[in-house]
Write a protein that binds this ligand. Structure first.
Ligand code: HEM
Length: 164
């Protein structure tokens, strides 16, 4: 049914807006503003972790919804592996799914780096300056990979939509 398809696409788009929009906001607005604050590196890291954890409460369900509605959108293709590899639509879809798997991996690493025990060590100021610097660098790199992959997935969606 057309209306059913429209609702699924709408949910996919809203979840995509929350996930990608929220990630970009953190990377391009929140992180630069936080950097200008005069508080210590530990305090800034803690603020970023708090914001990240709060964002995850909406971001993780959005990602789950994206994958579920994405699979629904693609199920006609996914049950026909011959189409998947013989049409440009199918190949673009496979690339999109590979990017999504990469995104899940990057996000998993991101969450693992900032485990509760690591957060507690930061709060208790048990980490040396060099450990804090290393941790920050890792978080920033994995965070950037997550954002770049998310934007690349949008490009794949645009290619699929254009029927290239
Ligand atoms: C971070 C994850 C994802 C994001 C940000 C995302 C984003 C989008 C956006 C913005 C659209 C455009 C809506 C449209 O024109 O129909 C779209 C369409 C679509 N997405 Fe996703 N998506 C994600 C994950 C997935 C996954 C995991 C799948 C499949 C397993 C998938 C399959 C599709 C399909 C088949 C379309 C329809 C394309 C078309 O023919 O127009 N998406 N996606």
């Amino acid at each position: 049914m057309a209306i059913e398809q429209a609702v699924i696409t709408w949910i996919h788009l809203v979840a995509s807006a929350i996930w990608v929009g929220g990630s970009l906001f953190i990377a391009m607005v929140f992180a630069p503003v936080l950097k200008t604050m005069s508080s210590s590196v530990e305090d800034r890291l803690q603020i970023m972790i708090k914001v990240g954890r709060r964002f995850n409460k909406v971001a993780v369900p959005s990602l789950v919804i994206l994958i579920a509605t994405g699979i629904f959108n693609a199920h006609q293709m996914l049950i026909r592996p011959d189409f998947l590899f013989s049409t440009s639509y199918g190949v673009l879809l496979v690339i999109k799914i590979i990017f999504v798997v990469g995104l899940l991996a990057a996000f998993g690493v991101h969450v693992r780096i900032i485990r509760r025990d690591v957060e507690q060590k930061i709060t208790a100021k048990q980490l040396s300056d060099s450990q804090i610097t290393k941790l920050r660098t890792k978080i920033i790199i994995v965070g950037q990979v997550t954002v770049i992959l998310s934007v690349a997935i949008l490009f794949m969606a645009a290619l699929l939509d254009a029927g290239i």
